[in-house]
Design a protein around this ligand. Sequence first.
Ligand SMILES: NC(=O)c1ccc[n+]([C@@H]2O[C@H](COP(=O)([O-])OP(=O)(O)OC[C@H]3O[C@@H](n4cnc5c(N)ncnc54)[C@H](OP(=O)(O)O)[C@@H]3O)[C@@H](O)[C@H]2O)c1
Length: 418
Amino acid sequence: MASARLFYFLSPRLSKKTSFRRAFSISSHRLQSCMSAWVIDQYGTHAVLRYTEDITTPAVSSPTDVHVKVYATSLNPLDLAMRGGYGAKLLKLRRDPFSLGDSSAFPLVLGRDVSGVVVDCGSKVAHFAPGDEVWAAVPPWKQGSLAEFITLSEYEVSHKPQSVSHTEAASIPYVANTALSALVNAGGLCAETAPNKRVLITGASGGVGTFSIQLLKAWGAHVTVTCSQNAEGLVRGLGVDEVVDYTAGDVHEQLQAMDRFDMILDNVGGETEQWALDLLKPWSGSKYVTLVSPLLSSTDHSGLLSGSIQAGCTLHNKALQNMLSSGVFYRWGFYAPDGPALDEVRTLVDSGKILPVVEAEFPFTQVPQAFLKLEQGHARGKTVVRVTDEEGSQADALKESDPSRTEDAEVQGAVGQQ
Ligand SMILES: NC(=O)c1ccc[n+]([C@@H]2O[C@H](COP(=O)([O-])OP(=O)(O)OC[C@H]3O[C@@H](n4cnc5c(N)ncnc54)[C@H](OP(=O)(O)O)[C@@H]3O)[C@@H](O)[C@H]2O)c1
């Protein structure tokens, strides 16, 4: 399915370009105190997802806030993890460092990507105005984008690429900010340093991998990936140089037969770490960056102080051991909110160098089904949720389809049966 989608993206784009600034009335949104959203009221599995029309609409509360009407969002493995309580302690500390406010995380709105339209701005916002089409990745400590509206800081927001729809745009920000943080901040690569560097990406067929491949190819790197055999067409279509099927025999052995790498971006973690580091060029500044670190799970299990110390010691020991034994850098990569970085990505998308890889799309009424898709794993790019259709809100469609419905629980039940 993803390959077909990719073919669609590779074909000349149907010009559905919207004007950069739309005529947009903000008064009605300022008056709207409640909005539709999918929330959780406790951590758990699939059953905790609840549709509501009674959650308070976030407002502009700081001079740098940008209030956005959400048109589309996408799901990431982090949404599944956060639904189960992953990172709860550290994120609570980030939300309310001095425990001054209401410390409850609930009702919690998941969703870390947004493509939408600005409806209101704080007094000091300089780069955005109502009507601007924007995209952003939502920091994990903020309320998410499975909702009609979201409020972000100006720094987190960027103007959306004009050449793609909201649905396509929503597939990119979170994986782009993560990949850039890992490749640039931790990996030391950029457009100037990447040409001809040999980079290995493990787990390359998912959201972060499909974005990272395209970014590295746009920068001129030589890219080798590991993925399942049935993802080979997808990753080759994105420009990969060498593909290793991790389901066909010993992946380490296959990679050892190749030249050594300047950098490894590890999207798989676990046992990969035990064999991957000796694939790097020794004593030449090469870097291993894993996105699968134990920091948040460590603070979840052992508490903030003890968990952070344990994770810090683990990182320190591994970094020291690898540096002393073979002169390679061992690092953890993390998502970092960064609107200006998305400005750079916008240029690459609008010039056709980076394509959205959307594997599946769901309407706002089918968020539970979108989560089920994510839970199945084996992602080939991203799963996107359309929150608002061009013709109008899908929440309105929900109301119209069942005018007798009066309680949130009825919606949850109805959607769950679809
Ligand atoms: N630290 C951070 O801030 C941060 C930020 C973003 C993501 N992450 C983490 O980074 C990882 C990747 O994220 P993502 O969004 O790209 O996940 P994703 O969309 O779920 O993609 C994971 C991909 O890896 C493939 N895969 C699974 N096992 C594999 C193996 N042993 N070898 C090669 N490929 C394998 C999967 O397909 P098949 O199973 O079909 O092979 C899938 O295509 C996740 O663990 C995520 O939690 C961390």
